[in-house]
Design a protein. Structure first.
Length: 285
């Protein structure tokens, strides 16, 4: 398929033909319009705004959407690394420029650059690896932590409009933990719209953690993600099994010093399948 060709593929991504019905607000938020060979545009929906502009998970998800819309439908996302360069202003349009860098029958390497449509300013740049997921021998190093059922826990929404998009059930590390010195947190999470889990949603939810500097430091402080990597391990069957249900996110800090703070996280299905791992580096002061 040539870059920029319109289609609605396996993931329900909308390109130049607008769907009359959406699976959920995330689909509206990452809706793509073809704008030429290798170029897509997307509107920065203010429903996904954070205190620093558009939510970083939205930027990651729309980058994944643009690559999936351009790549071979038989391949699945395996890795994403995205760096955030400048603020994406809500209610503006961004152009996503995608390029296949190389690969083979089983592996594709892609780049996606998010630019402000009016000025051309580079807002984010992402690299992605897509692979053909074939059955092989398997290994699991970690086990899912024990957790109370999500329905037994109170519903929580993070601050801001983007916080209304997710339904969080916290097991540990709530706001009372800010300044405690313990950076470990665990929570159940799903999209409040009831959207089916897929790779776009995993990319979005990979950034749904309070900065670790809030926990090991004095509490809330200015902070922003500089770069984030997500490794997608989930199979299509495992994603389908989760459906519209919750996944379990556990996160921990690595080190914070000299204005940067690291964190790692694992994302589990309710039955204990490791769906994705993620790591990010944030700035703070």
């Amino acid at each position: 398929m040539s870059h920029g060709e319109s289609r609605t593929g396996t993931y329900g991504i909308v390109t130049s033909a607008l769907q009359e019905e959406s699976m959920g607000s995330l689909d509206d938020a990452v809706r793509l319009e073809a704008a030429g060979p290798g170029v897509w545009t997307s509107y920065a929906d203010p429903d996904h705004e954070s205190i620093n502009g558009m939510f970083g998970g939205w930027t990651a998800a729309v980058s994944v959407a643009a690559v999936i819309a351009s790549a071979d439908e038989a391949l699945r996302p395996s890795a994403l690394t995205i760096s955030y360069l400048s603020v994406v202003t809500p209610q503006t349009t961004s152009a996503i420029h995608v390029e296949r860098l190389g690969g083979s029958r089983s592996i594709d390497h892609w780049r996606a650059d998010l630019r402000a449509s009016d000025t051309g300013e580079l807002q984010a740049t992402a690299s992605m690896v897509l692979t053909a997921r074939r059955p092989t021998e398997a290994h699991d190093q970690w086990s899912m932590p024990r957790a109370a059922a999500p329905n037994a826990l109170p519903e929580f929404h993070a601050p801001g409009t983007q916080g209304q998009q997710t339904d969080i059930r916290r097991l540990s590390g709530d706001d009372d933990g800010f300044g405690s010195g313990d950076t470990r947190t665990t929570h159940w999470i799903r999209m409040a719209s009831g959207r089916q889990l897929d790779h776009l949603q995993l990319a979005y939810l990979a950034d749904q953690f309070a900065p670790r500097s809030f926990y090991w430091g004095v509490g809330r402080r200015p902070s922003a993600t500089l770069t984030m990597t997500v490794y997608f391990h989930a199979t299509d069957d495992e994603l389908a099994e989760v459906g519209t249900g919750y996944i379990l996110n556990e996160a921990t800090g690595t080190r914070g010093s000299h204005a940067t703070s690291g964190q790692q996280a694992r994302m589990w299905s309710p039955t204990g399948a490791l769906l994705a791992t993620t790591e990010q580096l944030a700035w703070y002061r």
